[in-house]
Design a protein around this ligand. Structure first.
Ligand code: KIV
Ligand code: ZN
Length: 403
């Protein structure tokens, strides 16, 4: 914690749930990095942290300091460099974790300790071997200690969506009374559906003591492919923080994808009455940097940032796009940092797109020549997945592109 910090500690108060601003809590460097195949060294983490801050994330969870000396060092280094995002470290509800995390965050302009403890019956019985009362007491004692060591405390009820909701509301009420200002209800195993999530957040907002002064947060995993839909359902029901990762990386099937939530709120903001402060033009560069530092490519068909997100091959779609881009695109590539819409020439493409691409390459083909050229193009496209500009040049000059 930086004692000279001027940020308003009551920033999370007031009508938090009714305000339009949804906080983006990025956990790419913690929950994302925990997934097999996605670990990053310290240099890579620092580069990603700088990119995430430039993107405009409100809270940056830099790691789990107690996990290893390297994680501690990475969190400490990142915390010392952030100038706008709140630096956050994860800690279990045990004294050692809390002290270690506070030390890792010492140089942060604004520091958040993120405490978590399971609340579901399954976890209480089989993982923690704790009664409800023990869970409650442990959470409260840990929060009371953590608030003395940082600027703000978030409490996560792990496996919240499989917890008795009356007990969840009771734990959250006690957590808030102990000083937590953000209450996170994770769908830890990606089990919930959007309607259940909406009902849960509405219930929590109505039943947690002091709810108006709190920020409710969602943290959804993608085991059933519902993480983004569930996060949006939570926002619709009043959550004002979402926890997410770039490219949706994370445990098992991953976490909710940051870029998808952000663009859903940008494109459908009027429906949700909410938006984020993310600079959306930096989404594709952030996605590509993550792919580069982890060595894990982004699938072509990935929403928002995949190579195909603004690419069209079928003749019908290309024809529509040439008349009005709104026919088959709901956002502009430049708004997410993608260079341009691509009309990919392949076996599904039509004459309009072929003629337009040839013209762009400087070949005006008259109607008589077009029939023969189009037939040669289709024959080539049947042999190749994608017909390149070099292939087109050869076709236009009457040469054999395969030669
Ligand atoms: O999925 C989960 O429950 C978590 C918590 C630590 C917030 O990642
Ligand atoms: Zn998680």
């Amino acid at each position: 914690m930086n004692p000279t910090s001027t940020a308003n500690p009551t920033d999370h108060g007031g009508e938090a749930a009714a305000e339009p601003h949804v906080r983006i809590f990025d956990t790419t460097l913690r929950d994302g990095e925990q997934a097999p195949g996605f670990s990053m060294d310290r240099r890579a983490k620092l580069r990603m942290a700088q990119t995430l801050e430039a993107l405009g994330v409100d809270v940056l969870e830099a790691g789990f300091p107690q996990a290893s000396p390297d994680d501690f060092a990475a969190v400490a280094e990142i915390a010392g460099t952030l100038t706008t995002s709140t630096a956050c470290g994860l800690a279990r509800c045990v004294p050692g974790d809390i002290e270690t995390t506070a030390r890792a965050l010492e140089k942060a302009r604004r520091a958040r300790i993120h405490l978590f403890l399971s609340t579901s019956p399954l976890h209480r019985e089989h993982k923690l071997n704790m009664s409800k009362q023990q869970v409650l007491d442990t959470a409260v004692a840990s929060i009371e200690r953590a608030v003395q060591l940082c600027d703000e405390v978030e409490f996560s009820a792990e496996d919240a969506t499989r917890t008795e909701r009356e007990f969840l509301a009771e734990v959250f009420g006690a957590a808030a009374a102990a000083g937590a200002t953000t209450l996170n209800a994770p769908d830890t195993v990606g089990y919930a559906t959007p309607m259940e999530i909406a009902e849960l957040f509405a219930y929590l907002r109505a039943n947690v003591r002091g709810a108006d002064r709190l920020v409710f947060s969602s943290h959804c995993h993608d085991d059933l492919g519902l993480a983004v839909a569930n996060s949006l359902a939570a926002i619709g029901a009043g959550a004002r923080q979402v926890e997410c990762t770039v490219n949706g990386i994370g445990e098992r099937a991953g976490n909710a994808a940051l870029e998808e939530i952000v663009m859903a709120l940008k494109v459908r903001g009027a429906y949700y009455g909410a938006d984020t402060r993310i600079d959306t033009r930096r989404l594709v560069p952030a996605s590509r940097l993550l792919a580069q530092v982890t060595g894990q490519p982004v699938p072509r068909n990935k929403a928002i940032v995949g190579e195909n997100a603004f690419a069209h091959e079928s003749g019908i779609h290309q024809h529509g796009m040439l008349k009005h881009r709104g026919t088959y695109e709901i956002m502009r590539p430049e708004d997410v940092g993608m260079a341009e819409t691509r009309l990919v020439l392949g076996k599904h493409s039509g004459r309009h797109a072929l003629r337009q691409r040839l013209a762009a390459l400087g070949h005006a083909v008259d109607e008589a020549a077009m029939d023969a050229l189009f037939a040669r193009f289709k024959a080539l496209a049947d042999r190749k997945r994608e017909v390149t500009d070099e292939d087109l040049e050869a076709l236009a000059l009457g040469q054999d592109p395969d030669a």
